[in-house]
Write a protein that binds this ligand. Structure first.
Ligand SMILES: NC(=O)c1ccc[n+]([C@@H]2O[C@H](COP(=O)([O-])OP(=O)(O)OC[C@H]3O[C@@H](n4cnc5c(N)ncnc54)[C@H](OP(=O)(O)O)[C@@H]3O)[C@@H](O)[C@H]2O)c1
Length: 268
């Protein structure tokens, strides 16, 4: 099924910066009507202006997804402002870049609040309006770490694995409602993500110069939504790691463990 985005009513979380900001602009250029959610109101207003300049429509719905009351508030206000809902696009996310033994329970819970619990509730609340929607879909942006846990991304990987599991389960459950449930797993992307991590003592030097740009990742998300693609891996490095993990998981385990040992030996 090809999905046209013109006139589609889309609730987009994490629209203030990075991949979500770029997604908002691209969806606006396709003629979508957007409810933009995040905490930073000024940046959301700028994003809404960009959507309108690109040819779309946008309303700003500020909210902190770690607050248990936010998902229902955001869903109600979005459906009211857009006059219904066709797509729930879960993009908001946060991580830690830290070795697990040095981490805290507080950070682990905060990562799960944003990356898993808030999204779970939005997906439950979305059923009612989406059933009335036009070519309805839920698209979740997880991460390649949602299929292959990576060191120093341990808490983040766990939250994204939980999201991937729920996404797959709901794909089966929501088919009877006529709702597509889509998954995008991006690789490393040059966004504000590393500025916003809750902890940043990871030892490796991440190859940010080789990372995807937010517009490359956002373009892959738009394509997945248009083509109704069940699962999309974004970026050469992410694809390489996910293929190795699928066919040579033991070899990949050993390679990663060796890299970690060498890093600690160098920096101890
Ligand atoms: N960058 C990467 O390398 C990478 C790779 C794979 C997957 N991803 C995923 O891509 C998605 C977008 O991340 P990004 O790279 O664009 O990072 P980003 O620039 O840090 O964007 C994260 C977005 O999530 C919102 N957000 C975070 N905590 C929130 C909260 N408590 N309540 C409401 N909104 C919240 C932020 O808005 P406010 O701060 O305004 O609230 C921001 O709009 C995330 O799900 C991330 O896990 C990123």
């Amino acid at each position: 099924m090809a999905r046209t985005l013109k006139g589609k009513r889309i609730l987009l979380t994490g629209a203030s910066t990075g991949i979500g900001r770029e997604l908002a602009r691209m969806l606006g250029a396709k003629g979508a009507k957007l409810a933009l959610v995040a905490r930073q109101v000024d940046k959301l207003k700028e994003a809404a202006d960009e959507v309108r300049q690109a040819g779309g429509e946008a309303v700003v719905i500020p909210g902190d997804l770690t607050d248990p009351l936010t998902p229902s508030k955001v869903m109600d206000e979005s459906v009211k402002a857009l006059g219904g809902l066709d797509v729930l696009l879960n993009n908001a996310g946060v991580g830690t870049w830290n070795h697990f033994a040095d981490g805290t329970e507080e950070h682990l819970r905060q990562v799960f609040e944003v990356n898993f619990f808030a999204i779970s509730e939005l997906m439950r609340l979305a059923v009612k309006p989406l059933i009335q929607g036009n070519q309805p879909a839920i698209l979740n942006i997880a991460s390649m770490t949602g299929r292959r846990g990576m060191p120093a991304f341990s808490e983040y990987s766990a939250s994204k694995h939980a999201l991937v599991g729920l996404t797959e389960a709901l794909r089966g459950e929501y088919h009877r409602f006529g709702i597509s449930v889509l998954l995008v797993l991006p690789g490393l992307t040059q966004s504000d993500f590393f500025k916003n991590v809750l902890a940043s003592k990871g030892k490796a030097q991440l190859p940010m110069e080789k990372a995807l740009t937010p517009s490359q990742t956002a373009a892959a998300v738009v394509k997945a939504l248009e083509n109704d693609t069940r699962e999309t891996w974004v970026g050469g490095e992410a694809k390489r790691i996910l293929w190795l993990n699928r066919f040579f998981p033991g070899w990949l385990d050993r390679k990663i463990a060796k890299t970690v040992v060498n890093l600690w030996a160098k920096t101890a």
